[in-house]
Design a protein around this ligand. Sequence first.
Ligand code: J2J
Length: 539
Amino acid sequence: MIDEYPSWPEKFADIYRRTGCWQGETFGEMLRRRAQSEGERIAVTSEKRSISYAELNLNADRMAAGFKALGIKKGHCVVVQLPNIPEFFEVCFALFRLGALPVFALPSHRSSEITYFCEFTEAVVYIIPDKYAGFDYCPLARKVKEKVSTLQHVIVAGIAETFLPLKDMYAAPLEKTPEVKSSDVAFLQLSGGSTGLSKLIPRTHDDYIYSLRKSNEVCRINRKSVYLAVLPIAHNYPLSSPGVLGTLYAGGRIVLSPGSSPDEAFPLIAQECVTITSLVPPLAMIWTEAVSSRNYDLSSLEVLQVGGAKFSEEAAKKIMPAFDCTLQQVFGMAEGLVNYTRLDDSEKTIVSTQGRPMSPYDEIRVVDEDDCEVKPGEVGELLTRGPYTIRGYYKAKEHNAKAFTPDGFYRTGDLVRVNASGYIVVEGRVKDQINRGGEKIAAEEVENHLLAHDDVFDVAIVSMPDRFLGERSCAFVIPRHRTPTIGELKSFLRKRGISDYKIPDRIEFVDSFPLTPFGKVSKKLLREIISEKLILFNK
Ligand code: J2J
């Protein structure tokens, strides 16, 4: 049950309501209204099926009834680990209608992460696909279910083996659903994490729907928009910036791509007349390279969004000529704040900045190590507060005291500078995280796994520069009795059930770590050591 999260002080909640940011609408109501206005118009198209707004609305009601019969109640958490399939929407809206909370796991998560999400949220149900991207989810679910005592059911979209098939959840709609308030938490998003495991982010109907409305305004999403989902839609960026939920809010159409490669996505853009899609930088680079050698009509594409990690100016400059559409840089975070370059910004602004906050009620501060504001244009840590930025993580009292200022600003951990026009340029980060082409790795989480190995005395994980992904991860390991092989350490991590993207790209064995003047491990120096080594190696 969800009861432990710091919310906005009444004074702020009142301002956000009075200024019309929070309009008192829930996701359940939003879909009902769209079903009334859009009816048989298609909401979601995938390889296998298309569903209209009316159908999605009805199926959400039917599934809500099925879920209720299983025992899912208001306030219960349900870990949802679904790929880009139409059922994702039926499941989420069914849970919204019951006031139960999806916890958005990514398809790449494995037993270590899923067990933690289930245990931490005391999840009652875990929902998976049967297979996706060559991975079989039922054995994973069996492992998780053995460990988590609260977990009552596993539901499978597809062949369910010993579990419950999702298709059996469509029941006769309920006469009465529980009362869900717009100020209630609608779901839990995942943070990229910097200390240990991912923190859980409680987003309310009010705050998230505001972020959709504002995103739609900035990105000019309307009923005619066709959004292609290539990134995993459970992630905050394709979910909400404006992503799939923004598209539904506007009455547009979502096209779900089975994969992110140009050969899968380009034909869909051409066939479905896609108008907007969102990518992370490495994918944007692959698409740009591919465009001239493929013969698809991509002329429907109006906006190509790139975000999740820093997009280099050089790569950004190639987008508009290659696709003959507008590039939009997106710098956002699941905790809230989203910055966009505007569609009518100059090319210079679009290629060289990460945009500006989408809402006039977003407050930002750029501060030094003592929390004092830096001079305009100087680099410092970005702090933010606003109508769709959380005031605290779920069940994380101690961490919240560090991650938020006493007056409620979220410490993003990002180093930025703000130019004279108010546009943000991301310059680096202070958080102990590696951004591997948009996928975030909390160094401490992987370090803790490696420390469990008998032959590891100590470990420090840092980022190393990479031309394609921006960053990759490098683990510096001090061995204990004997020096293990790299293969041994990697397979040890896999056996512990962590996602593939968290396995260090490189492992270096050392006798000791460089220290800071205070005697702490200097990750800065470790980053320099590995960068220099890579330069020498590449010469
Ligand atoms: C540099 N760093 C960036 C960018 C995110 C929209 C877009 C992205 C996310 C997201 C999101 C960056 N340049 N353009 O939720 O709604 C890094 C920062 C940031 C962290 C947040 C959205 N865009 N980043 O990426 O919660 O370090 O959200 O604090 O996964 O990604 O990561 P996440």
